[in-house]
Design a protein around this ligand. Sequence first.
Ligand SMILES: [Zn+2]
Length: 347
Amino acid sequence: MKQRLLRWLRYTIALGAHHSGLDFLYRRVTGAGLVVLMLHRLRDEHDPYPLSMSNASFRQLVRWLRERRALVGLEDGLQALSDARAQVNYAITFDDGYRDNLGLLDLADSEGQHEAVPAIVYVATRHVGREPIWAYRLQHAVESRTRDRLDLGALGLGQFDLSQTIDRERLYVLLPPRLKQLEPRELEACVDDLVAQTRPQPASAHGEMLDWQQIRALDARGVCIGAHTRHHVLLSRVDADTAQAEIVGSQADIADAIDAAPAHFAYPNGGAADFGERDMRIVRDAGFATAVTSIEGTNRRGVDRYRILRHNVHEQRYRAPSGRLSQALFFSETSGLLGWLRTRRAA
Ligand SMILES: [Zn+2]
């Protein structure tokens, strides 16, 4: 009940700010900005994580941004920050390298365009053409299971009966934050154990991740390929040698595949606790031009190019209480008053 009320309140504020011109005024006063949208998957299926957006919703977002002439590449958006007359621009990024990101090419095809919309796809190179990162191995283990009992006593989370919706939901809420506390090797061992317990049906023949041929196809049509480490390790949980090998290794893997070193990097998980000064230095010394985080906010003039803020975008986030994707909510939350209020609350 309280959740519903808050959703209505948030929507009402967004509508008010949008239509009264308050949002517009706020943007005029705060000047040039760059909102970097962080997406993961372009697909219509249900996702237990806040990481998927349907193709239809994505097209709608792109249309809105084009109507405002606000859609730019990341580098152009950063350059424009020093232009006093500039507005708030938007750049699009995708993390991890899911196969459904090929929807970027379908969108261009449907518009008769050769070049895709400006976007960066950050790939974890040792997942290319292979197993998805652990979050989706976990989902597969749960949804294609042949055993319902799950014992996570070793992690302090107790027993689960996966035939029960409530237990599955509980698992998706409790397990990911617990796993993120582990060393990379322990984390993989835990997911292996979970797979062993649920004995899922084999995954479908075509995997969930992009392969190198598809990455070259994206690159050939103007989608920028960025690096996201090799194994999607949380950099703050590994030693300096491993961090170096993960960052520079992913750069080399991409350079081999597309004949050009990637200019852009994304920290896995990307929260303030997931990377540090050391990792920012490795990224800069390796020759990357930028690095993005998942810390929320609008980038302003003088932003650290190795600590760029982003907004997580997924199917449910900008929906009006009616269920429709809301332009007022999207713009108010990303570059208007609602975004400002939220950043203040988090600070
Ligand atoms: Zn990632």
